[in-house]
Ligand binder design. Structure first.
Ligand SMILES: NC(=O)c1ccc[n+]([C@@H]2O[C@H](COP(=O)([O-])OP(=O)(O)OC[C@H]3O[C@@H](n4cnc5c(N)ncnc54)[C@H](O)[C@@H]3O)[C@@H](O)[C@H]2O)c1
Length: 268
């Protein structure tokens, strides 16, 4: 199905690591809707070369960039405009990583050097990207920036660890930058708070399997899939959502508004 919702639009998609990545699905859906874009990921994440398969499939080029490096981001945003032949209309920030989660440090006993890395990679990278884009005047009026987040920013999910702090920061940056970029250029900035989804980053969280089935039973519509998330991202990049900005948008089958379900009660 294609309605060419993104025909004529140009963008950058961060974070497609492999076929399971949410960003991978966004690239596929955006391509199907007529968008042209550049793919990017951290140089180290490209070792397996899987992103080249996606690049070929979506007729796009790959520019490596560590999203914590201003120099890499400057190069990425300059080159993306050269390759695509003009200013950009959308950016997907689909980046998350916590060394504390990876190395199983408890939230009450964090390694603070790793904590800084979690914040830098998972949250400050959005600020850096927006700041570089603004300085280069790289986004067209009514451009749309989306970052992916999780409800652990608002409620406690103990095993999400310091990623909860990172997501709170990410959502706050999206709101604050959304204000300034909105006034300066009518650019909108939002976060999409996605259901737990089986991906490389998702599976790094302790007890993820059990948690995903709990969430499924706590969501009246069930967990939202990565493809459904990609569809929502496409809608947010399109002109049909022009007055949505500075929002944290739940894309979770109703999980965030549900106190309890009969299915969960029956298991007690
Ligand atoms: N999977 C879930 O359950 C879930 C739920 C809600 C939100 N999210 C969010 O969705 C986003 C995408 O995650 P995913 O689940 O598709 O997993 P993923 O592992 O496929 O994607 C994470 C990406 O971050 C990239 N990355 C890490 N460090 C980087 C750096 N320094 N510079 C540039 N890129 C870097 C990785 O290479 C990878 O491509 C993340 O923000 C994640 O927190 C995921």
């Amino acid at each position: 199905m294609s309605n060419n919702l993104l025909e004529g639009k140009k963008g950058i998609i961060f974070g497609a690591l492999n076929e399971m990545s949410i960003a991978w699905k966004v690239a596929e859906q955006a391509h199907a809707q007529g968008a042209k874009f550049v793919l990017t990921n951290a140089p180290i994440a490209m070792r397996m070369g899987e992103i080249n398969v996606l690049a070929e499939k979506t007729n796009s080029q790959v520019i490596p960039a560590d999203a914590t490096s201003l120099e890499d981001l400057e190069n990425l945003i300059t080159k993306a405009q050269e390759i695509l032949g003009g200013k950009l209309d959308f950016i997907l920030h689909s980046i998350g990583m916590s060394p504390n989660v990876r190395k199983k440090k408890h939230y009450t006993d964090l390694n603070y050097e790793w904590y800084k890395q979690s914040m830098d990679v998972s949250a400050t990278s959005l600020h850096k990207t927006l700041s570089v884009a603004m300085k280069q005047d790289a986004l067209n009026d009514w451009g749309s920036v989306v970052a992916l987040t999780y409800i652990a920013a608002q409620r406690i999910f103990p095993d999400y660890n310091d990623m909860a702090d990172a997501k709170s920061l990410l959502e706050s940056i999206s709101r604050s930058f959304g204000y300034h970029y909105g006034i300066a250029k009518k650019v909108r900035v939002n976060t999409i708070s996605q259901s737990p989804t089986v991906t490389t980053a998702g599976s790094g969280v302790e007890g993820f399997d059990k948690f995903i089935s709990y969430s499924e039973k706590m969501s009246p519509l069930g967990n939202a899939s990565a493809v459904a998330c990609a569809d929502y991202c496409v809608a947010m990049f399109s002109d049909l959502t022009r007055y949505v900005t500075m929002q944290n948008l739940f894309h979770d089958g109703g999980f965030s508004a549900t106190g309890v379900t009969t299915e969960v009660m029956d298991k007690m």
